[in-house]
Design a binder for this molecule. Structure first.
Ligand code: HEM
Length: 410
């Protein structure tokens, strides 16, 4: 069969389908012609990267689940069997384990990109909210998944985190019993955690779809933070310009990801989780995975348990209010001299919190953690509203090409 005779026939089928279900027209609009600001830098690669890692996580997870047993007597050994006996089981597990860290790395960069360039500002507030819902779902999924290998950290992590709910007055204890499905973290807990760990990624897929609908409603923000709709010359079609740029970014990302999978597969892991869960022996240190450490530090820096839980959840929920806390009309930090400084201080503050979360909560780390927690909230509640009121932003260019053309003239 010659390829030339095949081509029109293929188009005919595509047309036949498209006439009845315009899926190809839709993809053409949203992935090929889709007008995209022509100045997007590499920080705009991280959304598509997050989407790809999500698919990798779901696929590797499905194959892992085929060989995993969600029972307290078999969970740990079933994971060891995956590592030793299942064909390429070690690869599947290391892809999934390190994929979780890569996913958070990519999404945190994606979020901080949004913070720097003011992508949460009107008209993208709901897009930002949907992103936050994804973040919360990701944290829940990662926590549930970490319990499944039923190692020491799995068991004690689950115990500590579920116990947080007991701080709620009156209904706290019944809620914890309900979550556990009994009076301690045990087989019913493991079972429901597995069920939910399998379910939530698909919920994330659904929310990601909404995220993209919201994104494509007003289009991408850009490093200058100006509206590109007014000037048609500011936009280029998504394909081939950004498909190629995304592919390049994906290549670089895969090298880093594969580096961890093949050369340092336990880099992000906790050695004590290779010890089977033992309800009678508490590990000397109970720490979550690196991506939850800043929130863990906030939890532990408040002396009162309930207040600590409120502060920890508050640290995420305050992000929902960000579009109103930062009311400056100018989006990009490029034109906001004071906000730009605050952005870097805030980033440093989050890293310090991460460090504190991994330390024993006493002495200097505890004090630093408390100061960093106070600064976290100060940033949102006091500094951002003040800066958006009093800062004098630099003048904005009329279009993406204006500053470029001006430089050429000079
Ligand atoms: C599974 C996780 C996620 C996926 C797959 C995803 C996907 C995407 C994609 C493909 C884009 C367009 C490309 C880009 O701007 O980088 C985007 C934009 C955006 N995302 Fe996400 N996202 C995720 C999580 C989040 C989270 C957690 C937040 C914030 C809390 C967020 C906030 C935003 C914002 C504000 C934009 C618009 C950026 C702009 O136009 O400047 N996303 N997302």
């Amino acid at each position: 069969m010659s390829t030339t005779s095949n081509a029109p026939k293929k188009n005919g089928i595509v047309e036949w389908i498209d006439y009845r279900l315009p899926i190809f027209t839709f993809m053409n609009h949203e992935l090929r012609e889709y007008p995209t600001p022509k100045n997007l830098n590499y920080w705009w690669n991280f959304g598509s990267l997050a989407g790809i890692v999500l698919v990798v996580m779901i696929l590797s997870g499905i194959f892992l689940a085929m060989n995993y047993t969600a029972h307290v007597d078999y969970a740990f050994v079933s994971v060891e069997r995956i590592m030793r006996d299942v064909n390429y089981g070690w690869l599947l597990r290391y892809i999934h384990m390190n994929g979780a860290s890569m996913f958070f790395l990519v999404v945190y960069i994606h979020i901080f990109r949004g913070l720097y360039y003011g992508s949460y500002k009107p008209p993208r507030e709901i897009l930002w909210w949907l992103g936050l819902v994804i973040l919360i779902l990701m944290m829940a999924t990662a926590f549930l998944g970490y319990v499944l290998p039923w190692g020491q950290m799995s068991f004690w992590g689950a115990t500590v985190i579920t116990n947080l709910f007991s701080a709620i007055p009156l209904v706290g204890e019944p809620i914890v019993t309900w979550l556990w499905g009994g009076f301690s973290v045990d087989n019913p807990t493991l079972n429901r955690f597995f069920s939910l760990h399998y379910l939530l990624p698909f919920v994330i897929v659904g929310v990601v779809m909404l995220h993209l609908v919201a994104l494509h409603t007003h289009g991408s923000n850009n490093p200058l933070g100006i509206d590109t709709k007014k000037n048609p010359k500011d936009s280029i079609p998504f394909h081939p310009y950004y498909t190629v740029k995304d592919m390049f970014g994906l290549g670089v990302f895969l090298v880093i990801y594969a580096g961890f999978v093949f050369f340092a597969p336990n880099f992000f892991g906790e050695p004590v989780n290779y010890v089977p869960a033992n309800p009678l022996q508490t590990p000397s240190e109970i720490v979550p995975e690196w991506y939850l450490l800043p929130f863990y530090a906030i939890l532990r820096s408040v002396p009162d348990k309930l207040a600590g839980v409120i502060a920890m959840f508050g640290a995420i929920f305050i992000l929902f209010l960000l579009p109103w806390l930062d009311s400056s009309k100018v989006r990009s930090a490029t034109f906001r001299p004071i906000y730009k400084q605050l952005f870097w201080i805030f980033l440093a503050d989050c890293l310090v919190l991460g460090w504190c979360g991994a330390q024993h909560p006493e002495g200097a780390p505890l004090l630093i953690g408390r100061l960093a927690t106070a600064y976290y909230f100060l940033h949102f509640i006091v500094l951002l509203p003040l800066v958006s009121k009093f800062e004098k932003p630099r003048p904005l260019p009329e279009s993406i090409s204006t500053p470029v053309l001006k430089t050429e003239k000079a």
